[in-house]
Structure formats: structure tokens, C-alpha cells
Design a binder for this molecule. Sequence first.
Ligand code: HEC
Length: 195
Amino acid sequence: MKRLCGLIAVAAFVAVGCNKAPESAAPAAAAFTPTPHGTLLQVMRGIPFPASNIIFDIQSNDPGKPPAEKKGDTSGNATQQYGAIAAYAGWNAVENAAVAIQETANLIMIPGRKCGNGQPVPNDQEDFKKWASELASVAGEVQKFAAAKTYNEDTALDLSGKLSDACLNCHMKYRETPKQPDDRCMVGAAPAAAK
Ligand code: HEC
């Protein structure tokens, strides 16, 4: 049923769907504090993993070229089917993925989040902050490249490499720890810190 709702939304191109009753009068503005809702592991798997794969694809695919899909092809998941709409496809998909990664840098800095093993996310550490900031900055470069909508394979390879390094720098210290997964996110767990 959820899938059907997605398809209806595609067909009618409306942002709301599924016959939800309209919200009643807006409640009075309340103070809002950004709050973590999942572990770092879930955030990583849910946001930068799929977003970075969209970006890594540009190494071998020009996002400006029309997809090879057949007309009327209804296979693929709901996200893939949204690819028929320009705002979700091609260069826009790459740009949106680059934004998702920049926003990931914000999300992983929210205080109070835990890693999958229950350790606090080490976002009070200077190196973690630096790597989060570098992640946002490289993804910002990808966003500019995508916004220009001009394919250049060398730039695509270069940006993909820089993005992969931005992930790796932090992973080498806080993810690729010796006693998986118990010592992930622990300061001093990794034998050698990345640059
Ligand atoms: C500032 C640090 C940092 C950056 C930058 C970072 N990660 Fe992570 N990532 C982590 C940590 C720490 C973990 C382990 C989380 C846990 O176990 O809770 C992790 C875990 C992951 C996992 C889950 C691995 C598993 O065990 O299943 C994926 C996937 C992932 N990261 C993808 C990425 C990608 C892709 C990027 C870059 C686009 C990235 N991360 C950038 C810190 C980072």
C-alpha cells in the first residue's frame, strides 16, 4: 500500500498522498531542539551510504545522458521510479545526494547520539569535527559540479576520490577499530589515526 501511495504521488506529482486527513489548526510554536532518532550506524547506512553511491556512479556514467529505461517500465523501487521526474533524476539526483551528505555532517554533530555499540558518538573530538567539516566541504564541491550540469570524467573521478577519502579518514580511526564492533567510536581504539 505504501508503494501504491508513492506511485500515486508520482502520477499526480503532489507532495502529499495517501489520503491523509488535513492537519488541524497549527499548534503554537514550541521550542525545538534537534534530537537524534537513530544510532550513528543507522544514520550512516540510511543517508551517506545511498547518497554516496549515487555520486560514485558518476565515475562511469554521465548523469546528463537520458537513462536507458524503456517507456512504461514499472519495475524498480519507488525511488527509482521517481527517476522519471527531472527533479529527482540525472544531475539533480547527484546534487540532491551531495546535499544529503552535507546535511549528514550536521546530523552527526547533534549531541546525544549513540553509536551502534552504545558508545557516544565522539563528536566532541577535534579530529571528528574536522572530518565532519571536510565531508561537508567535499560534498559542497560535488554539489557545485552537479549544479553546473557539465560532465567531465576527470573531475568526476577526482571528486569521487576526494569524497571516498573524506569518509575513509574518519572511518580509519572511529570505525575500522581492532575489536569490531565493541571499540568503534572509542577515542584511542585505533592503532593509528588517519591524517
Ligand atoms: C566524521 C566521521 C565519519 C565520516 C566523515 C563518515 N563516517 Fe561513516 N561511520 C563513522 C563511524 C564512527 C561509523 C561506525 C558507526 C557505528 O558503528 O555506530 C561509521 C559507519 C558507517 C557505515 C556502516 C558500516 C557498517 O558497519 O555497516 C557506513 C555505510 C558509512 N559509515 C558510510 C559512510 C560514507 C559513505 C561516508 C562518506 C560519504 C561516511 N560514512 C563518512 C564515521 C564517519
